[in-house]
Ligand binder design. Structure first.
Ligand SMILES: [Ca+2]
Ligand SMILES: [Ca+2]
Length: 224
């Protein structure tokens, strides 16, 4: 077999040190630009997914309101006595009341036979990060816990029925998984001089990736 002779100028020693440094510098610059972009894209994807879930819950709230058996929005704070059997001793703590009420109303045991919200609620994560419970089980979950829905970043979703806050003096306490309590009130639309999402009659929102209430990354049931 004929051997191909290498030209004497052919490089056989691989990269020189300078070439190597240039390649490393180029990779470094690319990473510097790409990594933040990848993080931004990931965050945008998570926010979109959270927005879609909130819209799903919003649709369910509308269906609840139009269900002839209920005909109203779930209240911000569950009148637990209404769910409890006679003399049931229900003792929720005073945090995450809005979202707990929503979960409770969508999962009440007596939802006229078939629960129309069961499949949606099964697809949505539920936790009891604030650790409260009732002495009797009033939901279809089979436990006495008072659940809330966590958002994509682990913080509880927030739910307000707006007319419960009409005087603009009331607040609601929410507890984050690290134990921090926040006092929150429905968002106000300064331009229209009324609550945001006023036409809906309720607000449902996530604190977003920064875990702070009322910042630009919040994901809301209304168009900001
Ligand atoms: Ca709870
Ligand atoms: Ca936020």
């Amino acid at each position: 077999m004929r051997k191909i002779a290498l030209h004497p100028d052919s490089r056989t020693a691989g990269f020189t040190m300078i070439e190597l440094l240039v390649v490393i510098a180029i990779i470094g610059v690319l990473l510097l630009f790409l990594v933040p972009r990848i993080f931004t894209m990931r965050t945008a994807g998570e926010r979109n997914a959270q927005g879609a879930e909130i819209q799903q819950i919003k649709t369910a709230i509308e269906a609840y309101r139009h269900d002839p058996s209920y005909g109203d929005l779930p209240p911000t704070s569950a009148a637990l006595a209404a769910f409890a059997p006679k003399n049931g001793n229900l003792a929720p703590n005073d945090v995450n009341l809005g979202i707990e009420s929503l979960v409770l109303h969508f999962n009440q045991k007596d939802f006229h036979g078939e629960n129309p919200f069961a499949s949606m609620m099964a697809a949505i994560a539920k936790t009891n990060t604030d650790g409260d419970s009732a002495s009797v089980n009033v939901t279809s979950f089979g436990t006495n816990e008072l659940f809330e829905c966590p958002d994509k970043w682990g913080n509880p979703l927030v739910y307000f029925r707006l007319r419960d806050f009409a005087d603009r003096k009331k607040e609601q306490k929410i507890r984050l998984p690290d134990g921090t309590d926040l006092s929150v009130a429905p968002m106000w639309d300064d331009k229209l001089n009324r609550f945001a999402g006023y036409e809906d009659g309720f607000q449902i929102l996530s604190l977003g990736p920064d875990g702070k209430y009322g910042t630009a990354d919040d994901v809301t049931s209304w168009e900001p």
